[in-house]
Design a protein around this ligand. Structure first.
Ligand code: GLN
Length: 257
Protein backbone atom coordinates (compact mmCIF):
# COMPACT_ATOMS: atom_id res chain seq x y z
CA UNK A 1 0.00 0.00 0.00
CA UNK A 2 2.72 2.37 0.99
CA UNK A 3 4.69 1.37 -2.05
CA UNK A 4 1.67 1.96 -4.27
CA UNK A 5 1.14 5.47 -2.88
CA UNK A 6 4.76 6.29 -3.48
CA UNK A 7 4.51 5.02 -7.04
CA UNK A 8 1.40 7.09 -7.63
CA UNK A 9 3.12 10.19 -6.29
CA UNK A 10 6.09 9.58 -8.53
CA UNK A 11 3.89 9.04 -11.55
CA UNK A 12 2.00 12.23 -10.79
CA UNK A 13 5.23 14.16 -10.46
CA UNK A 14 6.42 12.82 -13.79
CA UNK A 15 3.19 13.71 -15.53
CA UNK A 16 3.36 17.21 -14.10
CA UNK A 17 6.96 17.60 -15.24
CA UNK A 18 6.03 16.43 -18.72
CA UNK A 19 3.20 18.94 -18.77
CA UNK A 20 5.50 21.79 -17.91
CA UNK A 21 7.90 20.75 -20.63
CA UNK A 22 5.23 20.62 -23.31
CA UNK A 23 3.19 23.45 -21.82
CA UNK A 24 0.18 21.18 -21.85
CA UNK A 25 -1.03 22.48 -18.52
CA UNK A 26 -2.00 25.80 -20.02
CA UNK A 27 -5.66 26.11 -20.75
CA UNK A 28 -7.74 24.92 -23.65
CA UNK A 29 -4.90 24.22 -26.06
CA UNK A 30 -4.16 21.05 -24.12
CA UNK A 31 -3.84 18.22 -26.60
CA UNK A 32 -6.07 20.00 -29.11
CA UNK A 33 -6.01 19.34 -32.79
CA UNK A 34 -6.41 22.26 -35.16
CA UNK A 35 -8.06 20.92 -38.29
CA UNK A 36 -7.69 22.95 -41.45
CA UNK A 37 -9.36 22.31 -44.76
CA UNK A 38 -7.63 22.93 -48.05
CA UNK A 39 -7.76 22.08 -51.75
CA UNK A 40 -4.25 20.92 -52.64
CA UNK A 41 -4.51 21.90 -56.30
CA UNK A 42 -3.02 25.34 -55.91
CA UNK A 43 0.79 25.40 -56.04
CA UNK A 44 2.87 26.99 -54.55
CA UNK A 45 0.33 27.43 -51.72
CA UNK A 46 -0.89 23.84 -51.43
CA UNK A 47 -0.09 20.70 -53.33
CA UNK A 48 0.43 17.02 -52.71
CA UNK A 49 3.94 15.62 -52.58
CA UNK A 50 5.65 12.52 -51.21
CA UNK A 51 7.12 14.31 -48.22
CA UNK A 52 5.25 17.46 -47.28
CA UNK A 53 5.34 19.73 -44.25
CA UNK A 54 2.01 18.25 -43.09
CA UNK A 55 1.96 14.61 -44.19
CA UNK A 56 1.50 14.56 -47.94
CA UNK A 57 0.65 18.27 -48.11
CA UNK A 58 3.20 20.96 -48.83
CA UNK A 59 3.29 24.62 -49.82
CA UNK A 60 3.28 28.13 -48.37
CA UNK A 61 -0.12 27.69 -46.72
CA UNK A 62 0.80 24.32 -45.25
CA UNK A 63 3.91 25.76 -43.58
CA UNK A 64 1.83 28.66 -42.23
CA UNK A 65 -0.85 26.31 -40.88
CA UNK A 66 1.74 24.15 -39.16
CA UNK A 67 3.37 27.13 -37.50
CA UNK A 68 0.03 28.47 -36.25
CA UNK A 69 -0.75 25.10 -34.64
CA UNK A 70 2.78 24.73 -33.23
CA UNK A 71 2.77 28.18 -31.68
CA UNK A 72 -0.52 27.45 -29.97
CA UNK A 73 0.52 24.05 -28.65
CA UNK A 74 -1.88 22.29 -30.98
CA UNK A 75 -1.50 19.41 -33.39
CA UNK A 76 -2.18 20.33 -36.99
CA UNK A 77 -4.46 18.23 -39.18
CA UNK A 78 -5.24 18.87 -42.84
CA UNK A 79 -8.35 17.75 -44.68
CA UNK A 80 -8.35 17.77 -48.44
CA UNK A 81 -11.53 18.61 -50.32
CA UNK A 82 -12.82 20.46 -53.37
CA UNK A 83 -12.39 24.22 -53.24
CA UNK A 84 -16.15 24.66 -53.55
CA UNK A 85 -16.78 22.53 -50.45
CA UNK A 86 -14.38 24.30 -48.09
CA UNK A 87 -16.68 26.97 -46.70
CA UNK A 88 -19.56 24.52 -46.32
CA UNK A 89 -17.32 22.13 -44.38
CA UNK A 90 -16.26 25.05 -42.20
CA UNK A 91 -19.83 26.04 -41.45
CA UNK A 92 -20.70 22.41 -40.66
CA UNK A 93 -17.87 22.23 -38.16
CA UNK A 94 -16.12 19.46 -40.07
CA UNK A 95 -13.00 21.65 -40.04
CA UNK A 96 -11.88 24.50 -37.77
CA UNK A 97 -10.40 26.77 -40.43
CA UNK A 98 -9.78 27.09 -44.16
CA UNK A 99 -6.33 27.81 -45.57
CA UNK A 100 -6.42 27.58 -49.35
CA UNK A 101 -5.02 30.69 -50.97
CA UNK A 102 -8.51 31.93 -50.37
CA UNK A 103 -9.25 35.53 -51.22
CA UNK A 104 -11.15 37.39 -48.52
CA UNK A 105 -14.09 38.66 -50.54
CA UNK A 106 -17.16 40.53 -49.31
CA UNK A 107 -19.36 37.73 -50.59
CA UNK A 108 -17.49 35.14 -48.52
CA UNK A 109 -17.48 37.47 -45.52
CA UNK A 110 -21.24 37.05 -45.38
CA UNK A 111 -20.80 33.47 -44.20
CA UNK A 112 -17.35 33.29 -42.54
CA UNK A 113 -14.82 35.47 -40.74
CA UNK A 114 -11.37 36.08 -42.20
CA UNK A 115 -7.99 36.48 -40.51
CA UNK A 116 -5.48 39.23 -41.08
CA UNK A 117 -4.46 38.88 -44.75
CA UNK A 118 -1.11 37.19 -45.31
CA UNK A 119 -0.54 37.44 -49.07
CA UNK A 120 -1.49 39.81 -51.88
CA UNK A 121 -2.23 38.40 -55.31
CA UNK A 122 -4.05 39.34 -58.48
CA UNK A 123 -5.75 37.54 -61.34
CA UNK A 124 -3.69 37.18 -64.49
CA UNK A 125 -4.23 35.66 -67.91
CA UNK A 126 -2.27 32.66 -69.11
CA UNK A 127 -2.11 32.53 -72.91
CA UNK A 128 -0.06 30.86 -75.63
CA UNK A 129 3.21 32.62 -76.35
CA UNK A 130 1.98 33.79 -79.76
CA UNK A 131 -1.40 35.01 -78.47
CA UNK A 132 -2.64 38.49 -79.42
CA UNK A 133 -4.36 38.91 -76.05
CA UNK A 134 -2.75 41.94 -74.37
CA UNK A 135 -5.53 43.21 -72.11
CA UNK A 136 -8.58 41.76 -70.36
CA UNK A 137 -10.80 43.41 -72.99
CA UNK A 138 -9.09 41.30 -75.66
CA UNK A 139 -10.72 38.23 -74.12
CA UNK A 140 -14.13 39.38 -75.40
CA UNK A 141 -14.26 37.12 -78.46
CA UNK A 142 -11.97 34.39 -77.11
CA UNK A 143 -12.57 31.06 -75.49
CA UNK A 144 -11.94 31.62 -71.77
CA UNK A 145 -11.22 28.96 -69.16
CA UNK A 146 -11.56 29.47 -65.41
CA UNK A 147 -11.58 27.25 -62.35
CA UNK A 148 -14.92 26.67 -60.70
CA UNK A 149 -15.51 28.74 -57.58
CA UNK A 150 -12.26 30.70 -57.82
CA UNK A 151 -12.30 34.48 -57.77
CA UNK A 152 -11.10 34.31 -61.39
CA UNK A 153 -14.50 32.92 -62.35
CA UNK A 154 -16.23 35.81 -60.59
CA UNK A 155 -14.01 38.35 -62.40
CA UNK A 156 -14.80 36.92 -65.84
CA UNK A 157 -18.47 36.72 -64.94
CA UNK A 158 -18.46 40.37 -63.86
CA UNK A 159 -16.86 41.33 -67.17
CA UNK A 160 -19.83 39.71 -68.86
CA UNK A 161 -17.83 37.17 -70.88
CA UNK A 162 -18.85 33.57 -71.37
CA UNK A 163 -16.41 30.94 -70.23
CA UNK A 164 -15.89 27.29 -69.44
CA UNK A 165 -15.21 26.29 -65.82
CA UNK A 166 -12.91 23.43 -64.84
CA UNK A 167 -12.48 21.65 -61.52
CA UNK A 168 -8.71 22.00 -61.44
CA UNK A 169 -6.17 24.54 -62.61
CA UNK A 170 -4.16 21.79 -64.30
CA UNK A 171 -7.20 20.81 -66.38
CA UNK A 172 -7.76 24.37 -67.59
CA UNK A 173 -4.07 24.79 -68.44
CA UNK A 174 -4.08 21.47 -70.33
CA UNK A 175 -7.03 22.74 -72.37
CA UNK A 176 -5.02 25.86 -73.20
CA UNK A 177 -1.86 23.91 -74.03
CA UNK A 178 -3.89 21.66 -76.34
CA UNK A 179 -5.27 24.68 -78.16
CA UNK A 180 -8.85 24.07 -77.05
CA UNK A 181 -9.12 27.41 -75.25
CA UNK A 182 -7.39 30.77 -75.66
CA UNK A 183 -6.88 32.02 -72.13
CA UNK A 184 -6.96 30.85 -68.50
CA UNK A 185 -7.74 33.41 -65.80
CA UNK A 186 -6.15 32.43 -62.49
CA UNK A 187 -4.19 33.77 -59.50
CA UNK A 188 -0.72 35.17 -60.22
CA UNK A 189 1.61 32.88 -58.25
CA UNK A 190 -0.17 29.75 -59.40
CA UNK A 191 -0.11 31.00 -63.00
CA UNK A 192 3.67 31.38 -62.71
CA UNK A 193 3.97 27.75 -61.66
CA UNK A 194 1.87 26.53 -64.59
CA UNK A 195 3.78 28.63 -67.09
CA UNK A 196 7.09 27.25 -65.85
CA UNK A 197 5.72 23.69 -66.04
CA UNK A 198 4.36 24.00 -69.58
CA UNK A 199 6.29 25.20 -72.58
CA UNK A 200 4.88 27.78 -74.95
CA UNK A 201 2.74 29.66 -72.43
CA UNK A 202 3.08 33.18 -71.03
CA UNK A 203 1.40 35.45 -68.53
CA UNK A 204 -0.44 38.63 -69.47
CA UNK A 205 -1.23 41.09 -66.70
CA UNK A 206 -3.88 43.79 -66.71
CA UNK A 207 -3.89 45.56 -63.34
CA UNK A 208 -6.53 48.01 -64.50
CA UNK A 209 -8.98 45.15 -65.05
CA UNK A 210 -8.12 42.89 -62.12
CA UNK A 211 -8.07 44.29 -58.60
CA UNK A 212 -5.54 42.99 -56.12
CA UNK A 213 -6.77 40.25 -53.81
CA UNK A 214 -5.75 39.33 -50.29
CA UNK A 215 -5.44 35.76 -49.09
CA UNK A 216 -6.65 35.07 -45.56
CA UNK A 217 -7.62 32.16 -43.32
CA UNK A 218 -11.35 31.62 -42.79
CA UNK A 219 -12.97 30.56 -39.51
CA UNK A 220 -16.59 30.12 -38.50
CA UNK A 221 -18.41 33.38 -37.99
CA UNK A 222 -17.94 34.54 -34.41
CA UNK A 223 -15.11 32.13 -33.53
CA UNK A 224 -13.03 34.97 -32.09
CA UNK A 225 -11.05 32.65 -29.81
CA UNK A 226 -9.50 30.81 -32.75
CA UNK A 227 -9.32 33.92 -34.92
CA UNK A 228 -7.28 35.73 -32.26
CA UNK A 229 -4.77 32.88 -32.09
CA UNK A 230 -4.49 32.74 -35.87
CA UNK A 231 -4.12 36.51 -36.18
CA UNK A 232 -1.39 36.66 -33.53
CA UNK A 233 0.60 34.01 -35.36
CA UNK A 234 0.08 35.59 -38.79
CA UNK A 235 1.04 39.04 -37.55
CA UNK A 236 4.19 37.60 -36.01
CA UNK A 237 5.07 35.71 -39.21
CA UNK A 238 4.50 38.85 -41.27
CA UNK A 239 6.59 41.00 -38.95
CA UNK A 240 9.56 38.64 -38.64
CA UNK A 241 9.69 37.87 -42.36
CA UNK A 242 8.64 34.20 -42.10
CA UNK A 243 5.86 34.49 -44.65
CA UNK A 244 8.08 36.37 -47.05
CA UNK A 245 10.74 33.68 -46.76
CA UNK A 246 8.18 30.94 -47.31
CA UNK A 247 6.83 32.71 -50.38
CA UNK A 248 10.32 33.05 -51.87
CA UNK A 249 11.28 29.48 -51.01
CA UNK A 250 8.18 27.81 -52.40
CA UNK A 251 7.99 30.06 -55.46
CA UNK A 252 11.60 29.27 -56.34
CA UNK A 253 11.00 25.56 -55.83
CA UNK A 254 7.86 25.71 -57.90
CA UNK A 255 9.47 27.47 -60.83
CA UNK A 256 12.88 25.74 -60.68
CA UNK A 257 14.32 24.06 -63.83
N1 GLN B 1 -7.71 33.05 -54.67
C1 GLN B 1 -8.68 32.31 -55.40
C2 GLN B 1 -9.99 32.31 -54.65
O1 GLN B 1 -10.03 32.63 -53.52
C3 GLN B 1 -8.25 30.89 -55.70
C4 GLN B 1 -7.96 30.10 -54.48
C5 GLN B 1 -7.64 28.64 -54.67
O2 GLN B 1 -7.84 28.07 -55.66
N2 GLN B 1 -7.11 27.98 -53.73
O3 GLN B 1 -10.99 31.95 -55.20
Amino acid sequence: MKKATKLLAMTLAMVMAACTLTACGGGSAKGDTLTFGTNPEFPPFEYVTSNGVIGEFDGIDMAIAKQIADENGMTVAMESMEFDSLLVALQNGQIDAVIAGMTATDERRETVDFSTPYYTATQVMIVKEDSDIATAADMADKKICVIQGYTGEVCVQDMGYSYEAFKKGTEAVMELANGKCDVVVIDSATAQKYVSDNEGLKIVEDPSAFESEEYAIAVQKGNTELLDKINKSIEKMLADGTINELAVKYTEEATAE
